[in-house]
Design a protein around this ligand. Sequence first.
Ligand code: G3P
Ligand code: CA
Length: 270
Amino acid sequence: GRCHHDAVTPHPIQVVAHRGASEDAPEHTLAAYVRAIEDGADALECDVRLTADGHLVCVHDRRINRTSNGRGAVSALELSELAALDFGSWKDSEESPDWGDREFTSVLTLERLLELVADAGRPIELAIETKHPTRWAGQVEERLLQLLKRFGLDAPAAPAESPVRIMSFSSRSLQRIAAAAPTVPTVYLMQFLQLRVRDARLPAGARIAGPGIRLVRNHPAFIERLHAAGHQVHVWTVNEPEDVDLCVGLGVEAIITNRPRQVLAQLGRR
Ligand code: G3P
Ligand code: CA
């Protein structure tokens, strides 16, 4: 996307709303993504899982227990069952007491999120994370690419032209994407410094590095090696002001945050 390296005019760091504006609104709901777009986020992050009847929905956990009034694994439920549930009320608080009554807090399909982005009225990028792709033996990636194709997003002219990128902790998942859609950018997520990527060699099929903020704090030199090896670096989940400063100082290309409004304010962009 638009956050590629440019030695002459460095592009401002891209601010990505993690699960939407998930500090203020229930994660992975239309409400959270609409808020993120209003807040000025450059991009949106979402996790995708397959329902029992083969729909991609935006849910982080294997089960829906934490973020809805239902129970069970996403993979065991059909979309119609998920659609009857309330994915908002768990976020109720004294300041924000009625998420369940609001519009836009039912289960979100990836298709609906792609529509929202297409209708946003300004360019918004999308960072889609495949969850438990190994379990489904390629079905997650197949569905994902089918959907991207329907929106004309599966074959950008070049990675830098793509408003969509695919992220995963699974190198196999990224390899499947790279094989089927070579110009769609891929992000290899890393929680810890792994021996095999210590020298900044990412697994086959992975283009961009996606370290967690703790890894960045503990191993800033690793970030420099990734850059030296030509990789962009997209860091998650960056919520604390001092971590934003650290990422800016290291020149990372994107920060993924639950608080896009506050991060943009810190960066002087709103
Ligand atoms: O953006 C990557 C980050 O979201 C990975 O961790 O658990 O929040 O999906 P998780
Ligand atoms: Ca994620």
